[in-house]
Design a protein. Sequence first.
Length: 213
Amino acid sequence: MQRYNIFNKYNRICILNEQSGVFFHSDERVIECTPETINSIDFRSFFEDDCRQNIIIFVKSLPLEEVFFKATEGLVFVQAAGGLVRNSANEYLFIYRAGHWDLPKGHREQGEDLDFTATREVEEETGVGSLKLGEKIGVTYHTYMMKGRREIKETHWYDMFSDCTDKLTPQKEEGITKALWISKAKVQTLGRKIYPSLRHLLSTIGFAFDKTL
């Protein structure tokens, strides 16, 4: 199934192709996007903070990527990368910042490969060592206002492993107050203390949450 999920402050914009076979919920607004209607859809309004309804853009007879780029036209793209790090006790490395639990990640610097960005940022934000890089596990998109402009962050996530037993050191200058190893069972109880885009990513790789956006 092809889809893009873009998480906004209060809603989600989901772009699906016509082969998705997905069931639409009654509380979602479904908009059909075709070659005839694509230029008349007010995509920008879906990203406003007063939009509290999840939006389904149901794509017919168009490449999904074309609709994604049309929907995000005018937003400033920012690339980032991070990791889901597991240790030998099957615990996962999380950081705590701004009232939410998150996975370590950060902005891609000029000339960096994304997998290098991911390992660098994980090390910088948590102090963990002996990282072994695995496969990419997904890409998330979320939008936010920054200095009067709306940015969309495209974050590439990688599977990682570390057997490092050294004390973790949260990067306080980045607003991180905790860096902890957390069991999968505990992660699944954190619910809305984890950002919606991250809950969605984790749910695609075997984590179960009671409610997701």
